[in-house]
Design a protein around this ligand. Structure first.
Ligand SMILES: Nc1ncnc2c1ncn2[C@@H]1O[C@H](COP(=O)(O)OP(=O)(O)OP(=O)(O)O)[C@@H](O)[C@H]1O
Ligand SMILES: [Mg+2]
Length: 470
């Protein structure tokens, strides 16, 4: 059967592995192996979509484990990737399912959350696509509100004998009314009526208490209780006074909602989750069991792995929007895997993550690049922040080298927290400038190596101090 539902594959066509890596390069320094692996995985999903249906179902995603110490870009890669491909994307900590209060099937909630994200996404897209029409409808409703009663059609009570004469009169008033309406329309479009206050009758449906019913237990029954209750509740109408400008927004929103076909939204969203959904499973190492003899928390860790298994392997999860097959959802897992190794995961789960990529720990040379190259580089962020105070902040190249060296030294001496160290070092470095900026007579600050040393020297030299401050 040909796919009836439009899919975002057209936008995917130009996202070749090379293009994906180039996009990731804009934000993440190094980590080429990880970038390549995710780029291939994403491309393979598009390739799968191009296959004939019989074959398409056979190709399962090659899930990935990103292995690397803290602060080297694992989460960042996943986050940027999701933005790039615009696929339904969810980030979840595997360890959260071992917490008290999470039991058994709750692992399935990640699929429900992902579906919710997709539905919201598609809904927003649809809202956008009916925006023009909704605006037209809203305008008519505004005109209804602004203009005095439209003359009604002749009613049954009208005497046959006077009917003719009345109709003529009606024609005239009707025309007059139409002219007035067009006049108002022009004023409205020119924004001349924006500040005028009018009363808008709004429907308010659904009660907050309904939320209680959307908990997992009932949701597993595959029934959209919230929606059902919303429909059952008598819709209350409330009259609210607002300006024409506000009313235009409110009514457009309302009309857009009325124009949207909810079943279509669901169908598209479900299809998207199933064929393009992506789940970033962080801290996978925290649910690995190093010592199998142990009891206590290990039991729940292994339990979570077992619960994950069917979802990763492919099963059907019931959500309030419908059934979701998880076979083709891509899982990207991440973890430091210091104590535990991927081989400490239960074998079935290991098998479902065939691709392992290691991320490199970052050193001074990478720090120099991280400080300057990415579009969101820290030095740019601070400069932009201070620019709002009309202070021009810049860094000399030897200052950058010095900051990178300080960060690398402290990572070595205390704990290696990767690029996150740059945040603490930079914050300390610009602290005084940040504080004084609004009142500084000088409108330009250039940070050079001497200044970096002068500001950070005492802290760097005192190991105890740097443990606390940087
Ligand atoms: N290779 C890199 N290039 C540019 N910035 C990076 C890089 N690695 C980390 N960063 C920056 O460091 C911060 C932390 O990175 P990220 O959240 O990706 O770490 P992580 O690898 O997920 O660590 P954890 O294991 O603690 O979750 C982010 O602000 C990110 O922008
Ligand atoms: Mg992370």
């Amino acid at each position: 059967m040909a796919p009836l539902i439009p899919q975002p594959t057209d936008t995917m066509r130009h996202l070749t592995p090379r293009v994906i890596v180039a996009e990731l390069d804009k934000y993440i320094i190094g980590q080429d192996k990880a970038k390549r692996a995710v780029a291939i995985a994403i491309r393979n999903r598009w390739r799968r979509q191009q296959l004939p249906p019989e074959l398409r179902d056979e190709v399962t995603p090659k899930n990935i484990i990103m292995i690397g110490p803290t602060g080297v870009g694992k989460t960042e890669i996943a986050r940027r990737l999701a933005q790039l491909v615009k696929a339904p994307f969810l980030k979840v900590e595997a360890s959260k399912f071992t917490e008290v209060g999470y039991v058994g099937r709750d692992v399935e909630s990640m699929i429900r959350d992902l579906t919710e994200i997709a539905v919201n996404h598609v809904n927003a897209e649809e809202m956008l696509s009916v925006q023009a029409k909704a605006a037209e409808h809203a305008e008519e409703r505004l005109l209804d509100l602004l203009l005095p009663e439209r003359p009604g059609p002749p009613t049954d009570r009208d005497d046959e004998a006077v009917g003719d004469r009345l109709e003529e009169g009606d024609d005239a008033t009707e025309q007059q009314y139409a002219r007035a309406r067009e006049r108002f329309r022009r004023l409205l479009r020119d924004g001349k009526l924006d500040d005028r206050s009018i009363e808008v009758t709004l429907e308010e449906r659904g009660m907050p208490t309904v939320e209680v019913f959307t908990n997992a237990g009932i949701e597993q029954m595959g029934f959209d209780f919230q929606n059902m209750f919303e429909r059952m509740m008598p819709s209350r109408t409330v009259a609210r006074r607002m300006t024409v400008a506000e009313a235009r927004d409110v009514l457009t929103q309302q009309e857009a909602e009325n124009l949207i076909d909810r079943d279509k939204v669901r169908a598209i969203a479900l299809e998207r989750v199933q064929s393009a959904g992506m789940i970033f499973l962080d801290e996978l190492d925290k649910i690995a069991v190093v010592n199998r003899k142990g009891a206590g928390p290990d039991v729940s860790r292994e339990g979570v792995q077992r619960d994950l298994l069917p979802i990763v392997e492919g099963s059907t999860v019931v959500t309030r929007h419908g059934m979701v097959r998880t076979d083709h959802i891509l899982f990207i897992a991440a973890g430091a895997f210091h104590a535990a190794k991927p081989s400490d995961l239960i074998p079935e789960l290991q098998g479902r993550f065939p691709i392992r990529v290691e991320l490199d720990s970052l050193g001074e040379a990478e720090f120099v690049r991280i400080l300057t190259e990415p579009e969101n580089a820290l030095t740019r962020q601070y400069a932009a922040l201070l620019e709002t105070e009309s202070v021009a902040l810049d860094f000399t190249p030897d200052a950058i080298d010095a900051i990178a060296a300080v960060a690398a030294t402290i990572n070595q001496r205390t704990q290696n927290i990767g690029a996150r160290r740059l945040h603490t070092v930079m914050e300390k470095l610009v602290e005084d400038i940040s504080f004084d900026a609004p009142d500084m007579p000088k409108r330009r600050v250039t940070i050079d190596a001497d200044m970096v040393h002068a500001t950070l020297k005492d802290i760097v030299e005192d190991e105890d101090l740097s443990r606390y401050i940087l």
